[in-house]
Ligand binder design. Structure first.
Ligand SMILES: [Zn+2]
Length: 193
């Protein structure tokens, strides 16, 4: 069975190499919608695959990190990156260009890591991240499955290459959560939500 939770954020970017100059040479924004699809062959004690309430903490917070922020590609022109960082307090830097396709891969890896670090406590069994869908516009989306997120052909994404600005991290309920997730150490207690 697959269940789906929808998240939304507003984000700005430039997509270098895009076929249209509007897209590749201009800072512009989109109202993104992100679908998190979780899958299991089992139901938990509440006869659910996974209580959506459990997504409200770190999954919601990490996806919300992109809201009202600019997303930068670490291989973009250093002077562009530096100027964006000096004039905008909310930014996220990625090792890949912020296309919808790469957003879906990045968010897949983030949510995957959160689930890996979550200790299930309500009888959830074999809950897997089936895919992430990122809608950049009303009419177009990109969907990443595990093999896409971990694909070397699409560009390796190491989680420790994803950098969140100080104003972004300051809003997290645990300012160290990204550090903990990178170290694979955190054991999240969903019952404390
Ligand atoms: Zn765009």
């Amino acid at each position: 069975m697959i269940i789906r939770k929808l998240f939304k954020f507003e984000n700005a970017h430039i997509v270098r190499g895009c076929t249209t100059r509007r897209c590749s040479e201009n800072i512009h924004g989109h109202s993104y919608q992100v679908e998190v699809l979780l899958e299991s062959n089992y139901l938990d004690d509440g006869q659910m695959v996974y209580d959506f309430g459990l997504t409200k903490l770190y999954i919601k917070e990490l996806i919300d990190s992109f809201d009202h922020a600019i997303t930068l590609w670490s291989k973009d022109d250093p002077s562009y990156i530096a100027s964006m960082k000096s004039f905008s307090s909310r930014w996220v830097e990625l090792p890949v260009s912020p296309s919808a396709e790469q957003f879906s891969r990045v968010i897949y890896l983030i949510v995957e890591r959160i689930l890996e670090c979550t200790r299930m406590q309500n009888g959830e069994r074999d809950v897997k991240l089936q895919s992430i869908i990122v809608h950049e516009t009303q009419s177009g989306y990109a969907q990443s499955f595990r093999e896409d997120a971990h694909s070397q052909m699409m560009g390796v994404i190491l989680l420790d290459e994803i950098v969140f600005s100080d104003q972004v991290t300051a809003e997290w309920s645990d300012i160290k959560i990204w550090e903990k997730l990178l170290q694979h150490k955190v054991i999240i207690n969903p019952l404390k939500i």
